[in-house]
Design a protein around this ligand. Structure first.
Ligand code: GLA
Length: 414
């Protein structure tokens, strides 16, 4: 097991440069990278205008890029054997606004819809006559963020591609605007109805801190974590069970939340408090009620976690019991009320807790992906071993275990 420190060069940078040379026969003008993320707490609250507390991780995605003179954009990725090339002027036809990609999704492979969708979303931010003057681009993408693990490989692609396009097109857009463009690409070009947590975590991450985000106002506050100082590691247990949020369960959960908000007469579940839950129980069918209860209690857990991490008593050390209880309660709520966990994630969490983790929960959208466990450094090997044994005993595929370090957001690497 290895933990790359936050300041070490990303292997994705060399990968993107190599791919760029293979693609074009020459060197890129620059390489930009953006990180994946883990979510400490606040799951399925972002698209309910609620609160989240994710952090960027040391695994990054890099985009090597150079302008072209012919108004065409070509994207290549180490995920796919063939590059995809389109005229910039055709992006509007590929991804008609608001369509959730009815046409774009079919016209280009899904991986290419992320960077092309970002180019489309960025062009839409400038006046049409300016968009018409933007030069073409070659983009080569390589990633070390595990795909389908719930660590937001997609936001990392959007952040890397967005940073490269922003710089070479001279757009001078800020991190929040780039995050919004990434989300738009994901929602409308890829067709995954996700919230904005992942893009904001990737674009605004800081070393040793989490991003406390109000998903309604998009205001953020950096919350120092101090895990390393306290001798704690964040262990990721990637179940290897792949999920895709462009299909199925994610959209159904979102629809439940929207029904709940409408029945309760509020703009979003953010506006519902724990005190409103008895009334919600009367108005909603039992399934929608449980979905609503998850979101409402999870928002409160995020606020409680921020309070625990920032309390004056922090001078006396991390309140590990409070943090652990909130993580465990979040997982139980996602498992029982929101029903997005899977047996592999429950086994990961239960086993980590039984072997001394301070807290553990699934992270990301669920239906697969990874769990995180907050573990004393001295117990990481034992917890990992126990999780591997538990997976093997239940006949699950071998999990992938590694630690993540709260890390900084996008940067220019070369
Ligand atoms: C996925 C989405 C996010 C968020 C999480 C659940 O990661 O991309 O926007 O909704 O699921 O918290």
């Amino acid at each position: 097991m290895t933990a790359t420190r936050t300041d070490s060069p990303s292997s994705a940078v060399a990968g993107a440069e190599d791919l760029f040379r293979t693609l074009t026969g020459s060197a890129p003008a620059g390489v930009w990278s953006a990180p994946g993320r883990a979510n400490l707490i606040g799951e399925h609250t972002d698209y309910n205008d609620g609160f989240v507390l994710p952090f960027a991780i040391q695994h990054r995605t890099a985009a090597a890029a150079r302008l072209r003179t012919d108004g065409r954009i070509r994207v290549a990725s180490t995920f796919a054997p063939e590059p995809v090339e389109v005229a910039l002027a055709d992006l509007e036809t590929l991804f008609p606004a608001g369509s959730r990609a009815a046409r774009g999704r079919d016209a280009v492979p899904e991986w290419a819809a992320y960077p092309l969708g970002v180019a489309w979303a960025l062009r839409a931010l400038v006046p049409a006559w300016v968009a018409g003057t933007l030069p073409g681009m070659d983009l080569a993408i390589a990633s070390e963020v595990p795909v389908g693990a719930g660590l937001s490989s997609s936001a990392a692609i959007e952040g890397a591609a967005g940073s490269a396009l922003n710089a070479l097109w001279g757009l001078d857009l800020d991190a929040v605007t780039l995050a919004r463009a990434g989300r738009r690409a994901e929602n409308e070009a890829v067709g995954a109805p996700t919230g904005i947590m992942d893009q904001m975590a990737s674009m605004l991450g800081q070393a040793d801190a989490a991003v406390f985000l109000d998903c309604r106002s998009l205001e953020t506050r950096s919350i120092p974590l101090g895990f390393a100082e306290a001798g704690l590691e964040v262990l990721v247990i990637d179940t290897g069970v792949k999920h895709a949020h462009s299909t199925g369960g994610y959209g159904e959960r979102r629809a439940s939340c929207e029904r709940g908000a409408a029945a309760l007469g509020v703009a979003a579940l953010r506006d519902v408090t724990p005190a409103d839950l008895p009334r919600a129980a009367e108005l909603l069918d039992p399934v929608d009620f449980r979905r609503v209860r998850h979101v409402v209690t999870e928002d409160q857990r995020v606020l409680d976690m921020v309070a625990a991490l920032t309390a004056d008593e922090r001078s006396r050390g991390l309140p590990e019991d409070v943090i652990g209880d909130l993580l465990v309660a979040s997982h139980a709520s996602l498992r029982d009320d929101f029903e997005v966990s899977i047996p592999e994630l429950d086994t990961a969490v239960d086993t980590a807790l039984a072997h001394g983790a301070i807290g553990a929960r699934m992270t990301g959208g669920g239906f697969g992906g990874a769990a995180i466990a907050l573990v004393d450094r001295t117990l990481v090997a034992a917890v990992s071993e126990a999780v591997r044994a538990a997976f093997s005993a239940r006949g699950f595929a071998e999990p992938h275990l590694f630690t993540v370090v709260p890390s900084a957001g996008p940067r220019r690497d070369a």
